[in-house]
Unconditional design. Sequence first.
Length: 354
Amino acid sequence: KFAQGDKRVASITIPLSRSNIPAPIEQLDAIMLMARLSDKKIGATDATVPESVPFLAEMGVVLGHKPGVFVGCCNCINPPLRLERRTAETMIQRSKYHSRSMITSMPALGGSAPVDIQGTVILATAEIVGGLILSFIIDPEAPLLGYIASVQVDMRSGNPASSSPQTIKVDAGVFQLMEYAFGGGTGVGGRSYISAKRPGLQAVFERFLKAVGYSELADGHMFGFSGNGNLDNGSMVSPEQYLLDMEITGGLENMWTIPAVSDEDITGRISKNILEEGGNFLAAEHTIANYRKEAWFPRLFSYSSKTPSEQEMLDACHATYRETVAGYRPASYPAEILKELDAVYKKAKKALIK
């Protein structure tokens, strides 16, 4: 409902897994729920249960997707150098549709991988290369892609940290090594994951750290602020953090916008104001007419004399979230689409739930 009500959201996809729905039909159930609550585009899913792949592919066709694209492509390696049985079976199911095989290494420095950056880079690269070779054997027609998303074991607490300088250097190191030794074919997959479990400035700091690090070490100085609303290494989404991140994104986009050049005599206008109006640009008609077009107004951060506290900003985010949900207007996919999706869903429940 929140996604439907926020005009900046162009499409939606499978939400985080829900433990109260049986795993074989959980993603199918999510698609049905989204189609009944929103008319926005439903994007591809990342199928994780082998038995559900054919049914997800069928739903994808109903929604206007190519089945091979809709059933996703992420195949995660379990470090060190292990491919879990369920992942392997999902790869075989996806091969029927020639889906892209995205081999994702997810090493944990000091846990399932060496504690040093160089050692983890070598291990993760070996996992990606080995997985891509296996993918090619399973389906020679499948597009191949490597992905790296590392974490670091915090020895003080045992928690996995996905947004430390070390994890950024590991991800960038694997990207660079694949470029150097194999001509590329690997992207940074962990750029949207941060370790913060609460919305607020800690999450903002971690997201900025990753954005700046990847810009410098992997993206050729292109800056990408991604993962809006994502918390706790991708295991939860916070609407409040989403709104905070979107505020930052808005400021960045405004900063990168090329200024509009007026066709009028700019130097003449400036000279006239200085000579005839004493340089009072505040009262100038041009200022009054163009102030709103030239200025960017944050909704949460403030330029006023009173700087809002972190809690005040989060309270404002929460109020906006509640207001958006309260203003939800019923929306859904057309009745004929819902009918086709429901038929696939019922068929899947009968086949997968014993």
